[in-house]
Design a protein around this ligand. Structure first.
Ligand code: FES
Length: 115
């Protein structure tokens, strides 16, 4: 099967299991740290972030190491982001919706973990 990438996004079109269903989805616009991004309606927020090249969603409080999607099924809490002002939303369990406003966790400047 020929695999084609959607422009600069990281979605597979066609998907080997979903065939053309993934390609036929309408797009929605979400805002991530003030930047508007396109996402496929109905996909998880985690998948939308990945599709737009965003894999670091925050930083471990003790080590400062990057956090991101790990389990993808709601168990590890490593994919937490702030959605419409609500912190600690698991992006892997949250479907995107038009107008969603997402904030990624930042490392405070001057901390031991920002290098
Ligand atoms: S990736 Fe594990 S809870 Fe979301």
């Amino acid at each position: 099967m020929k695999v084609t990438y959607m422009s600069n996004r990281r979605r597979l079109i066609p998907h080997p299991e979903l065939n053309d269903a993934a390609a036929d989805r309408p797009t929605v616009t979400i805002t991530v740290d003030g930047r508007p991004l396109q996402a496929a309606a109905g996909q998880s927020l985690a998948a939308a972030l990945w599709a737009n090249g965003i894999i670091t969603l925050g930083y471990h409080s003790a080590t400062g190491l990057p956090r991101g999607v790990y389990c993808g099924i709601g168990h590890c809490y490593e994919c937490r982001v702030t959605v419409d002002g609500t912190p600690n939303v698991r992006s892997c369990l949250t479907p995107v919706r038009n107008g969603m406003c997402v904030t990624l966790e930042k490392i405070e400047s001057g901390s031991d973990h920002d290098d």
